[in-house]
Design a protein around this ligand. Structure first.
Ligand code: ADP
Ligand code: RBF
Ligand code: MG
Length: 167
C-alpha cells in the first residue's frame, strides 16, 4: 500500500509507561545541518553534534521518536519534540544524523547552544516517500502523535526529569 493512500495513523503511540530502553538521554550542541532545507518545509530541525549522535548509536535503531527537549540554560523551558535518527547519505553512510523538531515557535535561530533531549518512545521507521508532500504529511502526523502521547501521566511527569536541571 502506498503511503499516500495509507489509512490514518493512531495518535497515541507507545506503552502507557515508557519501557526499556527509555528514557534515553542525549546531550549535545545544535550544529548546522546539511542544507536539506527543513525550514523551507516549515519543519526546521535542530541537528545534534557528532558526539551526541555517537552516544545513541549503540542504544537506538534508526527511526522517528518523540520526547522532551531543552535548549540553552538548564532549568529553562522544556518543550515537546519529534526527532529523526537516520543515516546521512552525505556522510559516507558511516554515521547517523539526529535532528530534532521542537514543537514550539521560536522568534530566531539558535546554533552552538546546548540541547538536552529525553527520548521516550519510538514512533515509526524512516521511510522513502513518493513525494515531498507525503513526507511532510507524515511528519505533521508525527507531531500530533507526540503531542497526544506526551499528555499521558507517565510521559508528562518526565518533563521535569533531572536531565533538565530541576531538583
Ligand atoms: P539546518 O540544516 O542548519 O539544520 P534547518 O532548516 O533544519 O537548518 O533549521 C534548523 C534551525 O532552525 C535550528 O538549528 C534552529 O536554529 C532553528 N529553529 C527555529 N525553530 C526551530 C524549531 N521549532 N525546531 C528546531 N529548530 C528550530
Ligand atoms: N526523512 C526521510 O527520508 N524519511 C522519513 O521517514 C523521515 N521522517 C522524519 C520525521 C521527523 C519527525 C523529522 C523531524 C524528520 C524526518 N525526516 C525523514 C527527515 C527529513 O527528511 C529532514 O528533516 C529533511 O532534511 C527535510 O528536508
Ligand atoms: Mg536541520
Amino acid at each position: 500500500m502506498s503511503n499516500e493512500i495509507r489509512a490514518e495513523r493512531p495518535l497515541i503511540v507507545g506503552p502507557s509507561d515508557p519501557g526499556a530502553p527509555f528514557p534515553v538521554t542525549l546531550e549535545g550542541t545544535v550544529v548546522k545541518g546539511y542544507g536539506r532545507g527543513s525550514r523551507e518545509l516549515g519543519i526546521p530541525t535542530a541537528n545534534l553534534s557528532e558526539d551526541a549522535i555517537a552516544a545513541i548509536c549503540s542504544e537506538l535503531k534508526t527511526g522517528v521518536y518523540y520526547g522532551w527537549v531543552q535548549i540553552g540554560e538548564v532549568a529553562s523551558q522544556v518543550y515537546p519534540m519529534v526527532m529523526s535518527i537516520g543515516w546521512n547519505p552525505y556522510y559516507r553512510n558511516e554515521r547517523r544524523s539526529a535532528e530534532v523538531h521542537i514543537i514550539h515557535d521560536f522568534p530566531e535561530d539558535f546554533y552552538n547552544v546546548a540541547m538536552r533531549v529525553l527520548i521516550l518512545a519510538y514512533i515509526r521507521p524512516e521511510q522513502n516517500y513518493p513525494s515531498l508532500d507525503a513526507l511532510i504529511k507524515d511528519i505533521h502526523t508525527d507531531i500530533q502523535v507526540a503531542k497526544h502521547s506526551l499528555k499521558r501521566p507517565k510521559y508528562a511527569e518526565l518533563r521535569s526529569h533531572k536531565l533538565f536541571g530541576f531538583t
